[in-house]
Ligand binder design. Sequence first.
Ligand code: ADE
Length: 219
Amino acid sequence: MRIDIVSIAPKIFQGPFYNYIVKRAINKGLVNINVHDLREYGIGKRKKVDDYPYGGGSGMVIKIEPVYKCFSKLSEKINYDEIIFMTPDGMLFSQKYAEYLTYKKNIIILCGHYKGIDQRIRDNLISKEISIGNYVLSGGELAAAVVIESVVRLLPGAIKNKESIITDSFQKKYVIAPPIYTRPRIYKGWKVPKILFSGHHKKIKNWLQKKSVPFIQQK
Ligand code: ADE
């Protein structure tokens, strides 16, 4: 899978992909993540990427020309399956959509900033708009990192123990995973449930099932 991120704040991505699973997936060649600085496609000497909104109002708007130039350059060699724009008014991201994205070969993720981006980009160059929650971030970079992490860890080979993905919260028909414990048995008087030491695999399984609660997805 190849992911091309387009952003005016590319440095933000120096951190998130250094986490163990994403880094390992990159090193194993399961995913190729490229970050592109939109400013490199900016206009004129000053590499302008934003401008004042028509009709007035505060805040700056990302211009269409740099985005078009960047997407065109990327599309010269690669056919993209999905061109995603991160925005708080997009479709609410979910585990199901993360799974869907694992089947895509090449995707672009455009991160918004400032007040927004020229609507013509959204209308003509974007195939999907995604939100990671009903709140507003200053830019789409952290949201893109969330989406990428949740997709990459699902790629076959990214996680050694397959079982661990299957039992993850949300993966199995939107069920929250049961609580888990490790040593010590007692810490400051707080005890691990006795059933887990019983050795009765069936009883343990039943207990774990009982503790897995259905997740009601919010709209
Ligand atoms: N950009 C700003 N806020 C966002 C959000 N909640 N989801 C996705 N992109 C965003």
